[in-house]
Design a protein around this ligand. Sequence first.
Ligand code: F6P
Length: 548
Amino acid sequence: MSLIHQTLAWQALEQHQQDLRGVAMRDLFAADPHRVERMQLSAAGLHLDFSKNLLTARTLELLSELAETVDLKTWIARMFNGEPINLTEQRAVLHVALRNRSNRPIQVGGRDVMPAVNRELDRIDAFVGLVRSGEWKGFLGQSIRDVVNIGIGGSNLGPKMVCTALGAYRGNELRVHFVSNVDGTHLLETIRDLDPARTLFIVASKTFTTQETMLNASSAREWFLAAAHDPAAIAKHFVAVSTNAEQVAAFGIDTRNMFGFWDWVGGRYSLWSAIGLPIALAIGYEHFEQLLEGAFAMDEHFRTAPLTANMPVLLALIGLWYANFWGARTHVVLPYDQYLRLLPAYLQQGDMESNGKQVTRDGVPVPYSTGPVVWGEPGTDGQHAFYQLIHQGTQMIPADFIGAIRSHNELGEHHPMLMANFFAQTEALMRGRSSEEAFEAMTRAGMAPERARLLAPHRAFPGNRPTNSLLMERLTPATLGALLALYEHRIFVQGVIWGINSFDQWGVELGKQLAGVILEELRDGRLSAEHDGSTQALLQRFLAGRAS
Ligand code: F6P
């Protein structure tokens, strides 16, 4: 079977890229007053303007031919139908079932998963009701005031990001904290001022074997027992979220206090499952349901819209256009919304753990780029830090700008000023400013021509820097749900086109294994002779430093 770069569609895109190399986006706008009408799209409460890209109608045609070459529609159907498309782990990929608000049956191994999904949602609803109403009592008969989620990767980033993003929906009743790093500082700094009698720990781990989480959970249990003195009190203060009931019981958490999910939910796609428990505790179950509904609306759009008018597909194809045909190595996500400040970190796991792959599904090395480095910060902070490089650096950095028309915190001119920056940046990145324009502007302002001539190259902007603009009316649970589902499907589409498996993560294993071996050596103080010289020297220095 030929790889994607050997197909006619790919080769046509290579040729087309050559044709577009000298073309300026601003000329494309000038030549076509209707450009934006053809390059915008609304779905599930989100509006996407993708006209500020190095694209023509022909590019879009060729990109959708590429999608058809890999039979994308069939792949989408395969995912939604519960086929085991995560081949290396022989698993279905069904985070979409977790938010399947239509209840359309979805079969895995001949069984509809929806009854189990709904049962678990009902359990979450009931538990959240008890905790938020204060009916759930701790060992001294008091209500819960602090919730500490202990988990890492997908068992942390998603719920933490959503709790932050939906900060406007939080009441004062419960404070939700997240501990992920095995650095004891993280746990200690988090629990330092908490009252054990009013604290609920959620130990969140799909496998319930993750080193960092298990150690953090044990230390949290010790801290708790030092105050409660009674292991029976654990039942009121520790709940688990996992797929592994055996390990949960072995840890000492009553499995009646366990919320389950399934092996067909990838860690980085799990916030829609019981891993979202801290979200429901923070903002209430109804809002959690609205988050699911927003994601479902995007799922339905993705599943049914034609490829050429399909938001996740378009975003995926545009991203791939730059990664594979223009040499872009990174992709920046720029939320113009303080509540979305953790979105880039969340998307880093979603995208890079999914598409940071070097072999195809058949194990053949890929000779083209796969997932780019994903990064970002909220605007306008980023503008005063790294935008310089995006505007005038030597590499192309495609950017997603994300913002809302209304803020939850309308404070004087703040929101218009924030969004003025959003719009100005995308315009500046697209239009740029030539040396001549810079020269003219400086001389018009009264600068001597010699000085202006010297400065002009420094003050010129190449422009032609691509951006997508995503606008929503307001950041709500539903629009956030749609936004996250949009990125999930973008990742999926790119993975399908690259021919890789986006749903395993073997790349994290080697480091984990070696850490286990080294931890044993640090415990014994005896180093294996098999380490390389550098690692050996570092370990010796570490041991010697701790012994002195
Ligand atoms: O780092 C790898 C990983 O397996 C992620 O994919 C996952 O989200 C994270 O570890 C945590 O895993 P678990 O939920 O099993 O503790």
